[in-house]
Design a protein around this ligand. Structure first.
Ligand code: PLP
Length: 392
């Protein structure tokens, strides 16, 4: 069989199990999208604070640009000539906000997670990673020479046993988790993780705040700010691509770790630096991030409304955030329900294996502070109950 024939066969298999993916054609109009001629409210973006919809902010930012200072490319790696002053400014802003020794900016959260662990781990490292961490973290772990054990999702008794069992056999152990999980929308217990880490001198903590940065905490710095444990997390990582409505990612950490990454991290060294205009846009929004309290409170309110409705409709809802899964089970059923919700004007998407475990296909609602209470009430009024779905 040729490679192309094998591909065709595998794609057909994906299609027959309802797991075939394709790139949608999509037009954006503020909080709405047009897909296949249908105008719908966007319930699938990661624009959690609604900043990507804010024309006022874009206008204010664009007014600072001229043909001379608008830099759409950095033309080089940061280690060669790509390290524009916009990087220094953004990193200073980040370390000041977080109160950490330093910060380092990456091209994306994917680059961050793909590069940090491979740079810092060796064969004497043990990684203990939550079963549900993001694909980018898994890919990073695969590139290390460390041993890795995945613990059951948020199951800290198992984690405690693993730490007790292994802490003497390795030079260091790195616990890896997300703060808000991408698919279930539930939270890690950062306080408990910090407590466990502190039981041993050679245990470190890695937390990916992709879905919490901008959303949690007084200043919007994430769950670590809310839980008052920024200083206890060795690798505090997040993306600018979600709530911050920009692109890029960060780690806030000790100086020595930053310097080590600059020397060893392949996804930082061997890639063209971010466009300076993009760094300036991140700076512009970051400056205003602490002030978006009303947005954070509104997001919390509408998330609570939707969660209560999902529970009232018979779904188990693990979420404790603005990411709310409506867990259906079979992929084909999830697709059918998503289509029906879309016909009613809401662009919610089905999430299927391998993104989520087999048998837990779902509709994933990803809310934004730009959505009104009336819009959420309209959504709630059309959500099918668990019993209606069982009878499909
Ligand atoms: C989205 C996401 C990333 C990747 O961030 P990008 O900046 O989009 O590459 C990493 N980790 C988690 C948990 C994410 O949800």
């Amino acid at each position: 069989m040729s490679m192309y024939e094998r591909m065709q066969q595998e794609l057909q298999l994906l299609e027959s199990t309802g797991n075939l993916r394709s790139l949608p054609q999509i037009e954006h109009h503020g909080t709405e999208v047009v897909v296949k001629g249908e105008r719908m409210l966007n319930l699938s973006s990661n624009d959690y604070l609604g900043l990507a919809c804010r024309e006022d902010l874009r206008t204010e930012f664009v007014a600072t640009l001229t043909g001379e200072n608008f830099q759409p490319t950095s033309s080089s790696s940061r280690l060669l000539t790509g390290n524009y002053s916009a990087y220094d400014r953004l990193e200073k802003q980040m370390s000041d906000l977080f109160g950490t020794e330093s910060a380092l900016i990456f091209n994306s959260g994917y680059h961050a997670n793909m590069g940090i662990l491979p740079a810092v781990c060796n064969a004497q490292t043990l990684i203990l990673a939550d079963k549900l961490v993001h694909a980018s973290i898994i890919d990073g772990i695969r590139l290390t020479s460390a041993k890795c054990i995945r613990f059951r999702h948020n199951h800290y008794e198992q984690l405690a046993r693993l730490l007790e069992e292994h802490h003497t056999a390795y030079e260091e152990i790195i616990i890896v988790t997300e703060s808000i999980f991408s698919m279930d929308g539930d939270k890690a217990d950062l306080k408990e993780l910090v407590r466990l880490k502190k039981l041993y001198p050679n245990v470190l903590l890695y937390v990916d705040e992709a879905h919490a940065f901008g959303v949690c905490g007084e200043k919007g710095l994430g769950l670590a700010e809310e839980e008052n444990c920024i200083d206890d997390i060795d690798f505090l990582v997040g993306t600018f691509g979600k709530a911050l409505a920009s692109a890029g990612a960060y780690i806030v950490c000790k100086k020595v770790l930053r310097e080590y990454l600059v020397n060893k991290m392949r996804t930082l060294i061997f890639t063209t630096a971010l466009p300076p205009v993009c760094l300036s846009w991140s700076s512009f929004l970051l400056e205003r991030l602490p002030s978006f309290k009303a947005e954070r409170n509104h997001l919390k309110l509408i998330s609570q409304m939707l969660k209560e409705s999902l529970i009232a409709n018979g779904y188990t809802c693990p979420s404790d955030s603005h990411i709310l899964p409506m867990i259906i089970g079979e992929s084909s059923k999830a697709i059918q329900v998503a289509k029906s919700i879309q016909r009613k004007g809401f662009y919610a998407l089905p999430v299927r294996p391998p993104t989520v475990p087999e048998g837990t296909s779902r509709i994933r609602f990803s809310l934004s502070a730009a959505l009104t209470i009336a819009e959420i009430e309209r959504l709630i009024s059309i959500i099918p109950s668990q019993t209606e779905i069982d009878s499909i």
